[in-house]
Write a protein that binds this ligand. Structure first.
Ligand code: GTP
Ligand code: MG
Length: 423
């Protein structure tokens, strides 16, 4: 079975932290639901006698049941969400395609992405689209058609189109990662709306920046806004198009100068994350900045999967850029799965614990009332027994008296009869 082989090969992925935690918490809530149902039936049966439980407790049980099934539903849908931002044409869509190992999102020169595009895994074998507020499945036969379908977006650049991609075609989607592509932050007026709508539940943000230039104020300002709304957002910075920078003739002849550029970009990016945004400690910041080429990674992966011919003449620095992209993916996976476990499950775990405690208290209360009831019954029984005993004694005494009397009467009669006979 190829899918189980794939799953096995992925068992070391940091994403498994989330995947396993999700399975565990789902199992626990399944159990809690069973307890709630069982307790509910028990209480409903008791309520018929109207002695031990009140109507209010029956209603409380219904409340627990609804709460637990609500949480179960949310849990089943929980995922890890990563959102990509950056200026137009920096390669946001290309980075996502590279991570997915497939040309899923349209990319190209010019302003390509014009609304939010969410890619998520689906059990079905064919990809399809849904738009905001419309559950109708629209089929997509290919990337060309997808680009065309998206071109007609009249809903504004904050609107969301979801691409449901077969999980069987992509490990990242199978592991419950949802990727969100955005239009260029430099071409939109609605950044505040974007943050409200698309950023508050994101576990990780990736700023796709252009390594040919320096970090820009539009990019910085956007993340300042994000970090005002979220406490310590996880931000990665991809210095994309590093292949283009590296292929500049002056750097090809003098690689040391390319290193200087890298150092300069790195310092600026680290300064932005640590000193300006204060979202990451200085010693960790360098592991949030990567110099990559999304284009090369995608080409390489398409070739590896047989969708495209192998790249033959490898450009200078190709393998180190591929390596750096993989390093980014590993750190990203670690960061997103650990964060998502906390943001998605911690609250539910606490609520589950609270429900279990309240259930226990309710049952304890019933047990106590049952104990009191029993004590009362025993007391009644004891009084009855005493009275019975008294009555028995009285009866005994009465029987003796009657017996004596009868004997006396019989004796009397006897005497009288013999006297009469003797006369
Ligand atoms: P918008 O959707 O318009 O905001 O752009 P985007 O950020 O999604 O960029 P997109 O992925 O569409 O890439 C723009 C162009 O840059 C495409 O032609 C890509 O092939 C190209 N490109 C993306 N990444 C790289 C890279 O790392 N190196 C090179 N050489 N080209 C790249
Ligand atoms: Mg795009």
């Amino acid at each position: 079975d190829p899918s189980s082989a794939l799953a096995a090969s992925n068992s070391t992925s940091p994403l498994q932290i989330f995947v396993r935690a999700k399975k565990k918490i789902n199992d626990i809530f399944q159990e809690i639901e069973e307890y709630v149902v069982e307790t509910g039936n028990f209480i409903a049966a008791l309520s018929k006698d109207g002695v031990l439980v009140t109507e209010k407790e029956v209603v409380t049980m219904d409340g627990y049941f609804n709460k637990v099934s609500g949480i179960k539903e949310v849990l089943a849908r929980d995922h890890m969400k990563v959102a990509f931002f950056g200026r137009t044409s920096n390669g946001k869509s290309s980075v996502i395609n590279a991570m997915l190992g497939d040309k899923i999102l349209p990319s190209g020169i010019g302003h390509t992405t014009n609304c939010f595009l969410q890619v998520e895994g689906d059990e079905s074998n064919e990809p399809f689209l849904t738009t905001e507020g419309n559950a109708e499945r629209q089929s997509v036969s290919g990337i060309g058609q997808l680009a065309h379908a998206l071109c007609n977006n009249r809903l504004g650049d904050s609107s969301l189109v979801t691409i449901h991609w077969p999980k069987t075609r992509c490990q990242l989607l199978r592991d419950d990662v949802v990727l969100v592509d955005s239009p260029g932050i430099d071409v939109s007026e609605s950044l505040d709306e974007w943050i409200d709508k698309h950023c508050l539940d994101a576990d990780v943000f990736v700023l796709v920046s252009n390594a040919e230039s320096t970090l820009m104020n539009t990019e910085k300002n956007f993340f300042h806004k994000v970090s005002q709304r979220l406490s310590k957002p996880n931000i990665f910075i991809l210095q994309n198009r590093w292949d283009v920078a590296a292929s500049e003739p002056e750097y090809l002849t003098e690689p040391a100068r390319l290193n200087e550029v890298r150092q300069q970009h790195m310092e600026r990016a680290v300064g932005f994350l640590c000193e300006e945004l204060k979202v990451v400690a200085p010693q960790e910041a360098e592991q949030r900045v990567f110099f990559v080429s999304a284009k090369e990674v995608l080409q390489q992966r398409l070739a590896d999967s047989g969708h495209q011919a192998q790249v033959t003449a490898l450009p200078e620095g190709f393998s180190s850029r591929i390596f750096e992209f993989k390093d980014f993916e590993r750190r990203f996976e670690e960061c997103i799965s650990k964060t998502a476990v906390v943001t998605k499950f911690d609250q539910h775990a606490q609520r589950g614990r609270a429900i279990a405690n309240e259930l226990q208290e309710l049952l304890l209360h019933i047990q106590q009332s049952a104990g009191q009831e029993r004590e009362q019954k025993l007391q009644q029984q004891r009084t009855l027994k005493q009275r019975l005993h008294q009555v028995t004694q009285q009866l005994d005494t009465a029987t003796h008296v009657i017996k004596d009397n009868i004997q006396r009467i019989v004796h009397d009669i006897d005497r009288k009869v013999s006297a009469a006979l003797n006369e």
